[in-house]
Each structure stands twice: as structure tokens, then as C-alpha cells.
Design a protein around this ligand. Structure first.
Ligand code: FES
Length: 154
């Protein structure tokens, strides 16, 4: 590629990048963009107290890891191979539930997460559902272990 062609190619790539950024800003709230571009609490916890994993119907997977003390979530992290909206959901949800009692975390709903994110486009509402289902899956494991302990004590 000669220099002229290379610079016109670079301009085209830059225009395309700008077009994508403009479209993202039209579609997503500032909070979603902030969380998706700089997600927090990403990565597994070594030897977590609870973990949940859900494979969504869209084909993407999320996994949540919780460190729990005295039935309170001390640390929450996630990994996902999903879209940008899912990254924003995992980031916001793990922040929301840190410091929360397990019984209370069971009641966090997709609409709570979407409110915290100042909304999601309709075609990405299921991403909030995936994040909440993953949290529920981790908490279900806690409920099951509680029931097992109760049965063992009986
Ligand atoms: Fe699959 Fe967002 S599109 S989780």
C-alpha cells in the first residue's frame, strides 16, 4: 500500500470508529458507557464462597464470584464473554451487591439493575436478565447449602 492509500485507509478507519462511538452514545446512557468502557470488579475470585454461572439464550455466558462473611457480600466479581451492555451490567451489579446481605441480594431484579444503569436499549434488556440470573444462581447455591446444613442438623 503506498503512503497516500495508507493515509486514506487510516482516515476511513478513524471515520468508522467515530461513527461507532456516535451510535453508541445515541443508544446507551452515560452510565452504561462509563461502566462498559471501564468495567469494575472483572475477574474471578480465588476460592470464592459462592459462584454462579449462566449461559444466556443469546449465546453469552456470565459467571459471578462472591466472597461472603457473616451472610454479607464482602466482594463480588464477574467474568463474561458477552456484549458491552453485559460488561456494564456485571460492573454495576457487582458494585450494587457489595456490602449487601445475601437475603437482600436475592431480591435484586433486572429492573433495579436497569434503573442503576439509567436504562438499556430494548434489544439489550436481556443482558441485565443474564447478570441477575447469574447472581441468583450463585445465591441458589447458598440456599441449597443452607438447606443441606439444616438437614444435617435435624
Ligand atoms: Fe448476550 Fe448482551 S447480547 S449478553
Amino acid at each position: 500500500m503506498d503512503q497516500k492509500a495508507a493515509s486514506s485507509f487510516e482516515r476511513m478507519v478513524e471515520d468508522l470508529r467515530q461513527e461507532i462511538a456516535d451510535r453508541e452514545e445515541e443508544l446507551y446512557s452515560d452510565v452504561v458507557l462509563r461502566e462498559a468502557r471501564n468495567p469494575r470488579n472483572v475477574g474471578p475470585i480465588e476460592d470464592p464462597d459462592l459462584r454462579g454461572k449462566v449461559h444466556g439464550w443469546c449465546g453469552d455466558t456470565m459467571e459471578i464470584f462472591l466472597r461472603v462473611e457473616d451472610k454479607t457480600i464482602q466482594e463480588a466479581t464477574f467474568v463474561t464473554d458477552g456484549c458491552g451492555a453485559t460488561l456494564a451490567c456485571g460492573s454495576m451489579l457487582t458494585q450494587m451487591v457489595t456490602g449487601m446481605r445475601l437475603e437482600k441480594a436475592e431480591w435484586v431484579l433486572p429492573k433495579d439493575l436497569m434503573n442503576a444503569l439509567h436504562g438499556l436499549p430494548e434489544e439489550h434488556e436481556h443482558c441485565a436478565g443474564l447478570a441477575i440470573s447469574t447472581l441468583q444462581n450463585a445465591l441458589l447455591n447458598w440456599r441449597m447449602s443452607q438447606m443441606e446444613d439444616e438437614e444435617a442438623e435435624a
